[in-house]
Design a protein around this ligand. Structure first.
Ligand code: FAD
Length: 320
């Protein structure tokens, strides 16, 4: 696997962290990491990929690539794979990566190892670790030979230190992106407080114990003080206390922040599937027998409406 192709993912003109994590994964797999940027006007982002370890960058720019579509992006990626013949291709296991990687892998008739959380060993000896059975177990996968396609779970593989002084070649590949079966006319974003839940370093999540939409206010404030994002259990979403876009778990988002604060969440297995790999878990629950305490590093038995304001006060004081 001497050459590795890594997709850099941009959103609203900025690269997502998972792009840098994918480069770090690529470095473990091969000698040369080639960053790939697909979009309408993405060349300005190439230097940042190089600063995080890409040896060179290829851009594919076309007006039909202004928004993600699986048809458009797969045409771009396939053209570059054909030109470069990489030994490995690495994407983030994001909404885009989850859609694009099986499509491209099946077109190329190569194996896909998805949702990788760690890589042991290097090059042809690399062993890929990925959760199975909703995170209850991990499997180790090794590729016998040939090209491998890997998607990595955000927030698991540490990016390399940024070195703004690194240099590398930036070239473009021209692809006539046509025959799209879907065309994105406009993207209307839901208003959020800014921090992307899947990439947040701190997540403050509320469950049915939050009791109402207003009950989420203290959690929003705590998340804001900690520079994090708000998440939720399905219980809270089903009760209409918050939007389903906040749902974490087996049928929601998978998050692996440095700090996960679960308030009023019982810890059902389907919820744990989306957060149990967080680095530090703090649970706040009135019930000392709640299942969430089994995965928590720190447990606070108490009423969240008393505990969360105290945490806000303490964290604010620490910041002063
Ligand atoms: P509850 O289980 O009702 O727990 C509320 C908790 O709040 C209790 O532990 C209680 O002690 C505590 N509490 C109450 N008041 C307070 C207070 N004032 N202060 C502190 N603590 C308090 N769930 C998910 O979360 N994500 C998923 O992706 C998901 N997918 C699912 C998929 C399937 C196929 C199925 C069948 C279920 C799925 N679920 C999922 C639902 C899951 O099984 C649970 O029903 C859900 O997680 C429960 O949400 P909860 O913990 O908020 O509510």
């Amino acid at each position: 696997m001497s050459k590795v192709l890594v997709l850099g993912e941009a959103r609203e003109g900025a690269l997502r962290n998972v792009s840098f994590e994918a480069i770090a994964a690529g470095k473990k797999l091969g000698d040369e990491v080639v960053g790939l940027l697909v979009g309408d006007a993405v060349a300005d982002l190439a230097q940042e990929l190089i600063a995080y370890g890409a040896d060179r960058v290829i851009t594919v720019e076309h007006p039909n690539l202004a928004h993600y579509t699986s048809d458009g992006y797969s045409q771009a990626v396939l053209a570059v794979v054909e030109q470069e013949s990489p030994g490995a291709i690495v994407f983030g296991h994001t909404a885009i990566g989850k859609d694009l990687s099986p499509k491209v892998a099946s077109r190329l008739q190569i194996g896909l190892i998805s949702d990788v959380t760690d890589i042991e060993g290097e090059g042809a000896d690399a062993v890929f670790i990925r959760p199975i059975y909703s995170g209850k177990a991990f499997e180790k996968v090794k590729i016998a030979d040939g090209t491998v396609f890997v998607s990595i779970r955000p927030n698991n593989i540490a990016p390399l230190a940024k070195d703004a002084g690194r240099s590398g070649d930036v070239s473009s590949v021209s692809v006539d992106v046509q025959n799209l079966r879907s065309i994105i006319k406009e993207v209307v974003r839901k208003s959020t407080d800014g921090v992307d839940l899947s990439e947040a370093k701190v997540v403050v999540a509320g469950g049915r114990g939050v009791k109402s939409e207003e009950g989420f206010e203290p959690l929003k404030e705590l998340a804001s003080v900690l520079g994090g994002a708000v998440g939720a259990s399905r219980g809270a979403c089903d009760a209409e206390y918050c939007d389903y876009s906040l749902q974490i778990g087996q049928t929601g988002k998978v998050v692996t922040p440095d700090l996960y604060i679960a308030a009023g969440i019982s810890g059902a297995i389907q919820h744990l599937a989306g957060m149990s790999n967080s680095k530090v878990i703090v649970a706040i629950n009135k019930d000392p027998e709640a299942n969430i305490f089994k995965v928590a590093d720190y447990g606070i038995v108490g009423d969240l409406f008393e505990v969360v304001p105290l945490l806000i006060e303490e964290f604010k004081a620490l910041k002063v």
